[in-house]
Write a protein that binds this ligand. Structure first.
Ligand code: TMP
Ligand code: ZN
Length: 403
């Protein structure tokens, strides 16, 4: 199958086939499974700009419904990270007279709350009402809307140019990325920057993290693909910085073309990507083969444990669990429940595989023999929290192992 690139209209060939999948964050109620939405999860790379992208087009209204369950403040590591981002922007980019910052997808205000506390002009653009209400309760100004070229023009008309546009774990979600980049050009002042941090293709490939692919992740960025995309719309990649968050992310800084001198990190990371062949189809095809191996190993292990009468549970219900369980065909026969600390996910089931999500207290009482760590990017925090767990952890990234 071939489609055309959402950024440059070049040819995109499907390289990773993760089968028929529901929406990663759907978490339906057990008695409301009739209307589940399914699509074919195929991932490909553009021949021209090397952008890795989903090949299905899922309407964003279907994805970001009012009860969108993801809470950016769900982990203390994340909360600390975003407070740190705010401090750094206050110190570096927001030092002029009456600065203005816009955050795309401000979620529950985890970053902007610190900006609001500092008394700076800011605006969060957040289409999901429930999380927007949480942000507002922290004193954050929120516009309930999707960010695109048109919204950017409206914001500029009302508030003037922005010094910073920020986004975290949201820009790669937006299928109309071209309109976002045009909007950034519209909204930024002459020396403004568009800073965003998103899961990094290099980390996905290195860790065989195929579960990072789900409906919300329209793209997985790399330094080379973002540099190419920025150029097409009059922007320039002026800095890139690897981050440990979400299992391996990259923070990109774009400025208007010619406004700033690119930091040495850009050329260094580009050279590294070329050496790792991150811009080649063969790299995705190899990832696909390694994902198949994880599927074989994980299902074999879970069947063996079931045959031995062992009790197995899941730990953490990130959207990733939807991809893994549906790709591997893992249902309640192999994992009877998964615990997650997010109240809005509890009393619901994982879409497609229908594994019930329960509060962590159920896990503590049940004390299973094995726990599959689906929130693997929070391994440190979770293992520290569950230091009393007497069973053993099972991880499947970068390969299936019992810890
Ligand atoms: P994320 O990887 O998209 O941040 O999602 C992590 C999920 O794991 C989220 O649903 C919350 C859950 N979680 C727990 O249940 N317990 C924890 O201690 C942590 C850190 C996360
Ligand atoms: Zn392209």
């Amino acid at each position: 199958m071939e489609t055309s690139c959402r950024i440059c209209a070049g040819p995109v060939k499907g390289s990773v086939d993760l089968g028929v999948q529901p929406r990663g964050n759907a978490f339906p109620k057990a008695d409301d499974l009739a209307g589940e939405f399914f699509y074919r999860l195929l991932v490909g790379m553009c021949d021209s700009c090397a952008m890795v992208q989903l090949m299905a087009d899922i309407p964003q209204e279907v994805r970001y419904h009012d009860q969108y369950p993801y809470r950016a403040s769900n982990s203390t590591v994340h909360s600390d990270h975003f407070a740190g981002v705010a401090r750094r922007l206050l110190r570096t980019e927001l030092t002029g007279f009456d600065p203005f910052i816009v955050e795309i997808g401000c979620n529950d205000g985890v970053m902007l709350a610190s900006i609001a506390d500092a008394g700076l002009r800011h605006l969060g653009v957040e289409p999901s009402q429930e999380v927007a209400a949480l942000a507002k309760s922290k004193g954050v100004r929120v516009l309930s809307s999707f960010f695109d070229e048109e919204t950017a023009g409206e914001i500029r008309a009302q508030h003037g140019p922005a010094d910073v546009i920020f986004g975290a774990n949201v820009i790669a979600h937006i299928s109309h990325l071209d309109s976002v980049l045009k909007g950034a050009v519209t909204l930024l002042g002459p020396n403004g920057v568009f800073v965003f941090e998103e899961p990094y293709l290099g980390a996905v490939v290195e860790q065989t993290a195929f579960d990072l692919f789900y409906d919300e992740h329209s793209f997985v960025f790399s330094v080379s693909s973002i540099r190419a995309a920025a150029r097409l719309f009059g922007l320039e990649l002026v800095d890139a910085e690897p981050l440990a968050i979400h299992g391996g992310s990259m923070r990109y800084t774009l400025a208007k073309r010619g406004a700033r001198t690119p930091a040495p990190a850009v050329a260094e990371l580009l050279a590294d990507e070329r050496a790792r062949r991150l811009d080649r189809h063969a790299t995705l095809e190899d990832l696909s083969r390694r994902a198949e191996r994880v599927r074989e190993d994980l299902t074999a292990l879970l069947r063996e444990l079931r045959a031995d009468g062992k009790r197995v549970a899941g730990y953490g219900a990130p959207a990733k669990i939807t991809t893994v369980t549906n790709y591997c065909g893992i249902g309640t026969d192999l994992i009877p429940y998964v615990c997650d600390s997010t109240p809005s996910k509890q009393d619901r089931v994982v879409a497609g595989s229908h594994i019930p999500v329960v509060p962590p207290s159920v896990f503590a009482e049940d004390s299973p023999d094995y726990a599959v760590l689906f929130a693997w990017n929070h391994a440190k925090e979770i293992m520290a929290k569950e230091s009393g767990f007497t069973g053993r952890w099972i991880v499947y990234v970068p390969e299936v192992r019992i810890l």
